[in-house]
Design a protein around this ligand. Structure first.
Ligand SMILES: Cc1cc2nc3c(=O)[nH]c(=O)nc-3n(C[C@H](O)[C@H](O)[C@H](O)COP(=O)(O)OP(=O)(O)OC[C@H]3O[C@@H](n4cnc5c(N)ncnc54)[C@H](O)[C@@H]3O)c2cc1C
Length: 395
């Protein structure tokens, strides 16, 4: 098989021929989790002194369609450098079109251009002399007592630790909940987009029987990303156009780009430790919060925790488990979404309007204190959640 030509990144990019054997770390997938972990391992290696860690990074992907990620945060993150917008207020729009605006206090909601961030991060880590980048797919991983190995192009390369961000096949089936997105980047000729707040949930523009909403990231007075989202067992691709009309206040607009995708929302605990020397990371490592579909800040924290574990214990497995309350509540939430469908839309609005927003954000980030949990639970009408918890309806 002939090797893929080296991508546009510089540095040590494998272009065929032999690869040294014996790395400290092999990272499978140069997506969000693979790149942040590679960076964290390099940073910890710098701190540690001693022999420089040798890293192997593998990913065949040469082109990433335009992708925007958004996240809540109360401290700066490594991704903020690629921000295209950052807001200190959020809007929630209920089914009747009423807009509720909440100031975020110490928090911000930030959107980044992940396509640009990925290109820059990949170029940065590949330019580091400790990293060998192989633009090929890994087709097998072999665990072992003293090392693990990854296989590409019929050759095995060994590493002390292997991190796998490939999402296991088969992909989530219609037995699991999925979140389907379709978004439009729209521009207008007039200043008509309100940039003071991002819209995190707009229920006014979706009339389906399964749960559906839109969110809007207004990056200038003349442009915004408007994303429609539908959640269900086999959700249709949602239509963002009604939400676009709301964002531009009925003015004329045109689409300049589209974004779309699907994420599985699964609350079953995934086994992260895939062997004595293999760890699942990113989506494959269960880092998508199933009740929200958000993963970015969890992946940032996870990368740091893995690198810290390597530094302190000599292995990557000393990772904090997800809090028990979070797993239990996420499971109930997903069951309620599956059984109530669009009937659960008022609960989302209650969440943002009935509890202090900082409590809600700590809750959504999995960092809730007992008082936050009480406030969040008190804000929600109990009916759908009690039914979901008691009846244990299959998801
Ligand atoms: C459309 C979309 C929008 C999202 N928006 C948000 C958001 O706004 N906020 C948020 O918090 N989360 C969001 N998420 C969820 C999550 O943050 C992303 O899915 C994120 O990309 C997960 O990172 P990852 O490393 O697990 O996967 P990826 O970033 O997809 O990386 C996996 C990498 O593995 C590579 N790969 C696959 N097979 C192989 C192989 N055989 N060998 C080597 N490499 C391989 C792929 O090419 C890919 O680059 C979104 C997800 C999607 C799909």
């Amino acid at each position: 098989m002939s090797p893929t030509p080296a991508t546009a990144v510089g540095g040590d990019v494998w272009a065929g021929g032999s690869v040294r054997d014996g790395f400290d770390h092999a990272v499978v997938g140069a997506g969000l989790s693979g790149l942040l972990l590679t960076r964290a391992l390099l940073d910890r290696g710098d701190e540690q002194g001693g022999p420089a860690p040798r890293l192997l990074l593998l990913d065949p992907r040469t082109h990433l369609p335009r992708t925007t990620f958004a996240y809540w945060h109360c401290a700066p993150t490594v991704l903020d450098a690629w921000a295209i917008g950052s807001w200190d207020s959020l809007d929630v729009v209920d089914v009747g079109g009423r807009q509720h605006r909440a100031a975020l206090g110490h928090w911000r909601y930030t959107a980044i251009d992940w396509t640009a961030a990925r290109a820059d991060l990949l170029a940065e880590v590949v330019a580091d002399g400790r990293v060998t980048f192989v633009p090929r797919p890994v087709d097998a991983i072999r665990d072992g007592a003293r090392s693990a190995a990854v296989r590409f192009d019929d050759r095995w390369t060994h590493a002390d630790w292997v991190y796998d961000s490939r999402v296991p096949q088969p992909a989530p089936s219609c037995a699991d909940l999925q979140q389907s997105f379709r978004g439009l980047w729209v521009v207008t000729d007039d200043d008509c987009v309100d940039v003071r707040a991002a819209t995190v949930l707009d229920f006014s523009a979706d009339g389906g029987s399964t749960l559906g909403f839109a969110y809007a990231l207004p990056v200038s007075a003349r442009s915004a990303l408007v994303m429609a989202v539908r959640i269900g067992r086999c959700p249709d691709v949602p239509d963002p156009v009604p939400a676009v009309r709301r964002v531009v206040g009925g003015r004329a607009w045109r689409t300049i780009m589209e974004e779309s995708g699907t994420t599985g929302l699964v609350s079953r605990p995934s086994s992260r430790r895939l062997g004595r020397r293999v760890l699942a990371i990113g989506v494959a490592g269960g880092r998508v919060r199933p009740s929200t579909g958000y993963a970015v800040t969890r992946i940032i924290a996870d990368s740091d925790a893995i690198a810290a574990s390597v530094q302190q214990h000599g292995h990557p497995f000393d990772l904090p488990p997800d809090p028990r309350w979070m797993c239990t509540l996420d499971d109930i939430w997903l069951r309620a979404v599956a059984s109530e469908g669009a009937g659960l839309e008022p609960a989302f609005v209650e969440l943002f309007t009935g509890a202090p927003v900082e409590s809600v954000l700590r809750f959504l980030e999995g960092k809730a204190r007992p008082a936050d949990l009480l406030r969040v639970v008190a804000a929600l009408s109990p009916g759908p959640f009690v039914r979901a918890a008691l009846h244990r309806t299959p998801r």
